[in-house]
Design a protein around this ligand. Sequence first.
Ligand code: PMV
Length: 331
Amino acid sequence: MTSTAVAHPNIALVKYWGKADADLALPATGSVSMGLDVFPTTTSVTLTGQQGHDAFTLNGRVVDDGALVRVERFLDLVRELAGSDARAEVVSDNTVPTGAGLASSASGFAALAVAAADAYGLDLSARDLSRLARRGSGSATRSIPGGVSVWHAGDDQASFAETVPAPPMAMVVVTIDDGPKEIGSREAMRRTIATSPFYPAWVTSTTVTVDDMLAACAAGDFTRIGELTESNALRMHATIEGAFPPIRYLNSRSVAVFDAVAAMRADGLEAYATADAGPNVVVLCRPEDRARVASALDGYGAVIESGTGPAAHLLRSEGSGENPEAEESTR
Ligand code: PMV
């Protein structure tokens, strides 16, 4: 029985940075993101039997390091839910530059959650899948629903992501460096919480920004969404830079993109910059402006345009012979 699922990355408009509970992967604050329609991850899960270990192949290469341990721990959660001790073979094709701060773990664990739940015979709602994906990687919680989504803070039951009403939007991804980042988000979050004097202010202010962002999305107010997005990204980076020893993800080329985006706004082209735990910059704009924004940023890095992405969904479920539709499988 092989189950195959696809999921897309998401880029936070209001960032998740910091856990309230590391074991349950509960965030200190809510967050809001837009799903992309580029860089899909396609993952197949095949149950192999009771003996030995799980196997993990990523982009055609057998993985036997910490990434396998993370996948095995995640599958242990699925096995616990399913009351199964069957091992699995996981084959994943991830088109996101892995570990470069473009949320490769978000699409990765969202696709794994959908495929593994199906392979182990679990009939999970979209909320359950989102809660499950959360345990693999925080941002994966938001790659289960499509469109613009909010990931709620709260306890294990309350902390899932769901789509919210929002105006049509697009993003332009400027990839400055597609290599793995020096410090992963887990360690960087731990260090920020332990040492950055700005962290308590980050939590207080982001809690307010989530509500402001949801109101702006509901009102269809693109300008307000953009202003909150850029401000919240810079607040996150300031908080991270306040850690000791300091962590700085943005480099001079990233800052040049922020400057170029500010210059676009001064010229009347409305765009707003954000960046996750890496040097790459993602620019939020109206759908009708995406080609102009992309061409203005040509030369700053590899430029890719994206619209708003779909929910994570099952592509094939070979055991049952079904070919389910996305909406049925995750909603
Ligand atoms: O999903 P994680 O644990 O790798 O955290 C990602 C955090 C950011 O991408 C920097 C922000 C976010 O909300 O996606």
